[in-house]
Design a protein. Structure first.
Lengths: 254, 246
């Protein structure tokens, strides 16, 4: 479990995150949702330690991130898998080299053990045929899947995904969402996902933190989000006329 | 004031770069790759520049010294000294600052803006050392080799100018090449080149590393890398010349 308490982050005097208190549970897909520019990526980067929060604490299984010593922090980083908004695959390496990279750098596994693990991870994301392709030769959805394979190569305890399905068609988005959901439950991972895609919210939103202008505005699950009377959440959920009609019908069923 | 801050940031980055690599075997592989990328890819162009410049330098020198008071072999001597002391180490390094510097800065800059560097950091790997150390060491090895080749080819270029363009009798040119030779000059040239190589790779890496934004900023960093590594190089040239020869 990851807990965030009273987190503040400012950039050049501008407050981007303000008094965020929330938690992300183990074995669940925890969503952070909100409009573009609301501060989701900044929050995630604070969680993974790329940004230093100005105030507040982040607890990893009751351990304070900012109070960890170097080796504890190192250990935590190795228990973390991160999927960046733009996939962040290494351009100079093939798909299988990308997945193998954390294994090479951080473990003492033998060549055939590593190969086996790479095969397993690529199999898991349905990319067994893409081993020797370079990132420039594969599609956006495939890149995301390779990035997921790389993120799970070291059997992470915590998985962070920044907009895993932005820029993908609805069907591929669904595949990626399902994949993350399954992996989370299969390996009992604490998964945190940034998204602004309502389909993902409904599909895999086991816990949802809604960020509005840098503040935690609402917290709940996908079964509650359609029925809340929080104005800003409703504006987000029912942003389009189509969504309004569709979710209204669904709401009746609930 | 701003320049002091930049120098501080640079030194801070270098402190992170110069640490023992985590995986020696992987580092060696990267190093060989970089030697190939940064060094061997520059071999052809450096050779061509050196041959032509050597020829032109010889022709120019002979034109400027057409006096009965100056013995003809002096031309070979002057050409050799200019090539060994300045042309090959400094001008070729400046050229490499353009070629290698922009390639390092844009590669690292692109990795920065596409979050590849963040990805390395979140794995618990020191990205600065992982990415820059092989490049810096590769330049430190390769640039001096390129400069030795350059010196050699410049002098051959000069010989071509004598032999085929009848600038001066090539026998006298060769005589000049071999007179008053001090091995110290070669050491000086190589030490200079080595320092320049470290400057080029580390300054360009630094500018790549502090890139923020997108493709536009990558281009800007790459330009800054070339300009600033050239300035730094010229500054060190004065300092080193003063220390070693002054
Ligand atoms: N490094 C930075 N320096 C200054 N401001 C920043 C920085 N990173 C983010 N911001 C600001 O913080 C705010 C939140 O940005 P963030 O990237 O977290 O949005 P987001 O919710 O992830 O949006 P999107 O859905 O478009 O990815 C933005 O207004 C942005 O300008
Ligand atoms: Mg974002």
């Amino acid at each position: 479990m990851i807990e965030v308490k009273n987190l503040y982050k400012h950039f050049n005097g501008r407050t981007v995150l303000s008094d965020i208190c929330t938690s992300f549970e183990q074995g669940k897909t925890n969503l952070i949702i909100g409009q573009s520019g609301s501060g989701k990526t900044v929050l995630m980067k604070c969680l993974i330690g790329l940004y230093q929060p100005d105030e507040g604490t982040i607890l990893y299984d009751d351990k304070d991130l900012s109070k960890m010593n170097k080796s504890e922090h190192q250990l935590l980083l190795q228990e973390m898998g991160v999927l960046f908004q733009g996939s962040a695959l290494f351009d100079s390496m093939t798909v299988s080299e990308n997945v193998m990279f954390p294994l090479t750098m951080l473990t003492n596994q033998k060549e055939n053990e590593k190969k086996e693990r790479v095969d397993f991870c690529l199999e898991r994301v349905n990319l067994s045929h893409a081993h020797d392709l370079y990132p420039s030769q594969i599609s956006g959805g495939m890149k995301k899947r390779v990035a997921i394979a790389r993120a799970i190569a070291l059997n992470p305890k915590y998985l962070f995904c920044d907009e895993p399905n932005s820029g993908l068609d609805p069907k591929t988005s669904l595949v990626i969402d399902q994949l993350i959901y399954e992996i989370t439950h299969e390996f009992n991972i604490t998964t945190v996902i940034n998204t602004h895609d309502m389909n993902s919210v409904m599909e895999i939103g086991e816990t949802i933190s809604f960020i509005y202008q840098g503040q935690l505005w609402w917290k709940g699950s996908n079964s509650e989000i359609l029925t809340t009377d929080n104005q800003e959440v409703n504006d987000f959920v029912y942003a389009s006329k189509y969504a309004k009609a569709m979710f209204a019908a669904q709401r009746k069923n609930i | 004031m701003k320049i002091l801050q930049v120098i501080g940031e640079y030194l801070f980055l270098m402190k992170r770069v110069f640490v023992r690599p985590k995986k020696m075997s992987y580092f060696r592989k990267q190093l060989i790759q970089e030697i190939d990328d940064l060094g061997l890819q520059s071999l052809l162009i450096v050779s061509v520049i050196s041959l032509f410049m050597g020829a032109v330098l010889t022709i120019q020198t002979s034109l400027q010294t057409e006096s009965p008071w100056i013995p003809t072999w002096t031309i070979g001597f002057v050409v050799r000294q200019s090539v060994v002391l300045e042309f090959s180490p400094t001008i070729i390094s400046l050229f490499l600052a353009g070629k290698i510097g922009s390639s390092i800065a844009s590669e690292i800059g692109t990795m920065k803006v596409t979050e590849q560097i963040d990805a390395i950091e979140t794995m618990g790997i020191n990205s600065a050392s992982h990415l820059l150390l092989p490049k810096i060491i590769a330049c430190g090895i390769v640039n001096p080799l390129l400069v030795i080749i350059s010196i050699f080819l410049c002098l051959i270029g000069g010989w071509f100018a004598c032999e085929f363009m009848s600038t001066i009798p090539s026998q006298q040119y060769l005589e000049g090449l071999m007179s008053f030779f001090r091995p110290y000059d070669i050491y000086y040239a190589l030490i200079k080149t080595f320092v320049f190589a470290i400057v080029i790779a580390s300054v360009s890496g630094f500018y790549g590393y502090r890139t923020e934004g997108g493709a536009l900023e990558v281009g800007r960093s790459s330009t800054q890398a070339v300009v600033n590594s050239s300035f730094t190089l010229l500054f060190f040239n004065v300092v080193l010349t003063k220390i070693f020869l002054g």
